[in-house]
Write a new protein. Structure first.
Length: 181
């Protein structure tokens, strides 16, 4: 009599969401909806994206994608990180990026702060993302994490106008002052 209720949503459910400017994601089959990012968020995204393109793509060690791009980690975990770097070209499909990328970057906003630092970070680590960065525009902070045994550990961070050198990517330097201007 009643249509069957799904215990968990999957990618096919995301394909049916409206194109209304909101970001729809799945974490363990649960729907997350966030509003469009602010102009400051987009400026930081653009500046950091260009820097990462200059590092990863010019060295042919990865391809950089900016939101909105679906990151399909499994049928119940489909996220839309702000930035991601794919080291394996075979992960790029017509649907999005399939499988854990080398790096995921989330830029915090008031509506995403708790999710990005909590449930999304845990899922990224558990599902094989090797590097996770959190950019906090309010605190002018960049925190870089590396997955170890399915948990992210802080390996580098910078604040304000400092220069951050990443220990796992030789030659990658991030002028934080340039992100916030």
């Amino acid at each position: 009599m009643f249509p069957e209720l799904k215990p968990k949503l999957d990618y096919s459910d995301l394909e049916a969401t409206p194109e209304d400017g909101k970001r729809y994601e799945l974490v363990e089959g649960a729907l997350l909806v966030t509003p469009s990012p602010s102009p400051m968020h987009q400026r930081i995204l653009k500046r950091l994206g260009l820097l990462l393109i200059g590092f990863f793509e010019k060295r042919s060690i990865g391809e950089v994608f900016m939101a909105p791009t679906d990151l399909i980690l499994n049928k119940h975990d489909v996220l839309v990180p702000d930035l991601l770097v794919v080291a394996e070209p075979g992960q790029v499909s017509k649907r999005g990026i399939e499988g854990p990328p080398l790096l995921v970057v989330e830029i915090l906003s008031p509506s995403t702060r708790k999710q990005d630092r909590g449930v999304k970070a845990r899922r990224y680590a558990a599902l094989g993302v090797r590097h996770y960065w959190i950019v906090d525009p309010t605190r002018k902070r960049l925190a870089c994490f590396r997955a170890t045994s399915g948990v992210f550990r802080l390996i580098a961070q910078g604040r304000g106008s400092s220069l951050l050198e990443h220990p796992d990517f030789a030659g990658l330097e991030i002028d934080l002052a340039a992100l916030w201007r």
